[in-house]
Design a protein around this ligand. Structure first.
Ligand code: NAD
Length: 341
């Protein structure tokens, strides 16, 4: 466990159990040099406890990088609640988790993530104020989509020489909270949409409302297009899938799109511009962070607009140094995190 903490440069790891509710939770605080750690809480089944701890540690590190590059006064953290096979009261379990967060005295702020809902955040809020994305705070997804849309413009500018999206073919994998909102904005900007989702109802809606072209799930990644926007699950960019891509750039909301950094180099060799996921999808974090600090919407949208300039800066460095934007982003984030270290 200490080896994992050292390799991810984790600041602290907090394990909690509550026999009454069945809670088994991990809170990983990666870095609080820039501010209190903020990051979502997953509620998932894991093959073993070690996998849950490793997931929390890896994701907490990603949150530090995302906050640092978004210029937020926030550190990186992540929580994982190991989903029990049976739970008596979900509300009681999340309230127990709220008490664990309260014990950390504001060093970790939680938010919605895979497997958790606004209702779960409301239960946590019964026990602690260190929680965002409650029903009172609102859904970050529209802000994540706004940031990705602006980032797609910057990506088009950098790769295709124009940020005019009229007639651009954008392939979107996943029409969930972020993907559908992004599709609406792209449609309004005149882009041609090629879409897939494992839920046929969402594809149907995109066809009816946005004139989108449906693509089979297993064909989306190899569909010829200008920009591929992964907005479903992570780990879609593998050495195998990258060899199949027929796009000029990849720019989407999904977290952890790359299975490893060698895949980023492979994209670079293929001349496919990659918009680092944690830079382009920072709109959700910007929203929850600033909303939690009581900022006005105008301040939040002003901060969101910095995503495109940050992305443009990453692309410029990458081009000058002939390196993948993913490697450049990691380096910039580490520099921001540890510059006084
Ligand atoms: P969501 O669950 O609402 O949507 C995901 C969609 O992807 C669903 O409609 C699902 O059916 C579809 N999907 C899953 N696997 C697929 C596949 N193989 N092919 C096609 N479709 C598939 O999630 P979301 O909130 O829209 O988030 C989407 C991605 O963006 C996630 O990776 C998330 O971590 C990331 N993200 C979300 C936010 C946010 O504020 N919601 C912020 C930053 C990053």
């Amino acid at each position: 466990m200490f080896a994992l903490m050292q390799s991810t440069r984790l600041e602290s790891l907090h394990l909690s159990v509550d026999p009454v509710t069945g809670l088994k939770a991990v809170i990983a605080i990666h870095c609080s040099r820039l501010g209190p750690a903020l990051g979502g809480c997953r509620y998932l089944a894991y093959p073993d406890d070690e996998s849950a701890v490793a997931d929390a540690a890896r994701l907490a590190q990603g949150m530090s990088y995302k906050a640092a590059l978004a210029g937020l006064p926030q550190g990186g953290g992540k929580a994982v609640i190991i989903r029990p096979p049976h739970v008596e009261s979900r509300a009681a379990l999340f309230e127990a988790f709220g008490r664990c967060i309260e014990q950390l005295d504001g060093r970790y702020i939680t938010a919605i993530d895979s497997g958790t809902s606004v209702a779960d955040m409301d239960c946590i809020a019964q026990q602690t104020q260190h929680v965002t994305s409650t029903s009172a705070a609102g859904d970050p997804s529209p802000y994540a989509a706004l940031g990705v849309f602006a980032g797609i413009r910057s990506t088009a500018m950098a790769r295709l020489g124009s940020d005019n999206l009229e007639g651009l073919r954008v392939a979107i994998q996943g029409l969930g909270n972020v993907g559908f909102a992004l599709a609406e904005q792209l449609h309004a900007a005149g882009a041609e949409l090629l879409v897939s989702d494992i839920d046929p109802g969402k594809v149907q809606l995109a066809m009816e409302q946005l004139g989108a072209h449906p693509i089979a799930n297993d064909a989306l990644l190899s569909t010829p297009c200008d920009i591929l926007a992964p907005c479903g699950l992570g780990a879609v960019l593998t050495s195998h899938s990258v060899a199949q891509l027929r796009c000029s750039a990849v720019a989407g909301s999904a977290n952890n799109q790359l299975t490893n950094l060698q895949v980023a180099d492979q994209l670079e060799r293929r001349g496919i511009l990659y918009a680092p996921d944690y830079v382009i999808n920072a709109g959700g974090l910007i929203y929850v962070s600033l909303k939690h600090r009581g900022e006005e919407l105008s301040t939040i949208t002003a901060h969101l607009s910095k995503i495109s300039s940050r992305l443009t800066e990453v692309f410029a460095h990458a081009q000058a140094e002939k390196r993948s934007p993913a490697r450049v982003a990691d380096e910039l984030a580490e520099r921001a995190l540890y510059r006084q270290a």
